[in-house]
Design a protein around this ligand. Structure first.
Ligand code: IMP
Length: 415
């Protein structure tokens, strides 16, 4: 069976833990969009690993990890990640394949992201050069991983890009120009190290599908950060929703057989932009502290607030998710009364065009005080926690398939 795991909020829903948990039943774990802006955290025993580029299911030794052409690749980041993964599998490179189609994140993308974020155009990016790399891709001036293996053509593409970017760096930002020789040498060094992982991924996936292998598609960010369907312009630069799987991996859309949405038990967002249920008071601070809500890529404090069922209904619809996994239910323990946004004052459904002015209408259920981190079956949960889950199901119209109650691999309940 092929399954896509997607975020139904603003990212950071805990997809890393879920992918790591589910990957035991899969042969391949493939990423189809995004880049080093993603921060998928996996905890096992005393260890903690944050994945930015590599699909996190590779911690399961039978899994082949694929980074599809819809992703943008920062060679420095992936190589560092591969080095850290050697602790768990000295031959990890043999289980990670990177598409030749991946556009490369270049030093000028990161520099320009940083400079742009210092202006009025800032949207609170991760400053990893993601948007700039996708801009070049669609502007048809980007450099792809496969280009590194044709030295002459890479040199020409790099010079052209550097001359254009240096104009912007110098004229718009009054900054130092970049040197193409230094970048050329650096990227040639990366090319050698990446070589064993560069692959014809569409063929690998096509063959795997024909052989009936099981593929787990790992989304990055969340539906509300989708370039079209999210809270534009406060979004990332790729399609985060399930339709992106086919285009990001070069496989037909009907090969995505099922979509599972991941939601946090409350809502968070990093960076700027609309957030209807944001709580800037006590509740928001409590959720941030209890849930350790600080960005895994940037360390920024996350904005926090109650669960928004109307927003999740929208996100599930555009993703085709009928079931959800709820993470971090344990964080809600100790809150007297739990609020769920069911609809908004001006409109019943979430509308991205109105998202800056939506005023949520809430329903309330009593909270629970018990520590639920040791619960492993629905019966282990206090009645009030079960009532909260029921209310989420009722107001989202989605079945909750699993609930995660702690960062550990086994802290999960099948509902
Ligand atoms: P960019 O993807 O770095 O260009 O940032 C664009 C927006 O997406 C910003 O609001 C970021 O905070 C947000 N963003 C990007 N990646 C992630 C992620 O993995 N989790 C949560 N937010 C993200």
């Amino acid at each position: 069976m092929n399954l896509a795991i997607v975020g139904l909020q603003w990212g950071d829903e805990g997809k890393g833990k879920i992918v790591d948990y589910l990957a035991k039943d899969f042969d391949i774990n493939a990423r189809y969009q995004g880049g080093s802006n993603a921060g998928h955290t996996v905890r096992f025993g005393r260890e903690k690993m944050i994945f930015h580029q590599v699909p996190c299911g590779v911690l399961n030794k039978q899994v082949l990890g694929i980074i599809g052409g819809g992703c943008v690749l920062d060679p420095r980041v992936i190589l560092a990640e591969i080095e850290s993964l050697k602790k768990y599998d000295p031959v990890i490179e043999s289980r990670v394949k990177v598409s030749r189609f991946c556009h490369l994140i270049m030093p000028y993308h990161i520099k320009l992201d940083e400079y742009r974020e210092g202006t009025k155009q800032a949207i609170g990016t991760t400053r990893r050069g993601i948007g700039l790399a996708y801009e070049d891709k669609y502007g048809r001036t980007g450099i792809r991983l496969g280009d590194l293996y044709n030295t002459e053509s890479f040199g020409k593409k790099l010079s052209l890009n550097i001359s254009r970017k240096n104009l912007v760096l110098m004229d718009v930002y009054n900054a130092e120009p970049l040197s193409d020789n230094e970048i050329f040498d650096r990227y040639m060094g990366y090319a050698g190290k990446l070589r064993p992982m560069v692959a014809d991924d569409t063929r690998i996936l096509g063959d795997a599908i024909s052989a009936g292998k099981n593929i787990l598609f790992e989304g990055a960010q969340g539906a509300m950060l989708d370039i079209d369907f999210g809270t534009y312009p406060y979004v990332t630069s790729s399609h985060t929703i399930s339709s992106s799987v086919g285009i990001g991996l070069g496989i037909p859309p009907y090969n995505v057989e099922s979509v599972l949405g991941v939601v946090k038990a409350y809502t968070t967002r990093v960076g700027q932009g609309p957030f209807p249920t944001e709580d800037s008071g006590q509740l928001g601070a409590l959720l941030r502290d209890s849930g350790a809500e600080f960005g895994s890529t940037t360390g920024r404090p996350r904005r926090c607030g109650p669960f928004d069922a109307a927003l999740v209904r929208y996100a599930a619809r555009i993703n085709g998710a009928r079931e959800i996994i709820m993470t971090k239910l344990d964080v809600l323990s100790g809150i007297d009364s739990l609020k769920i946004a069911t609809t908004y004052e001006a409109c019943a459904e979430f509308d991205p065009f109105a998202s800056g002015s939506l005023v949520p209408k809430y329903m309330k259920v009593p909270g629970f005080r018990q520590d639920i981190s040791a619960a492993r079956s629905p019966e282990d949960l206090p009645g009030a926690a079960r009532d909260y889950l029921k209310a989420v199901e009722e107001h989202t119209g989605l079945k909750i398939a699993y609930v995660s109650v702690g960062p550990e691999r086994d802290a999960i309940i099948r509902m």
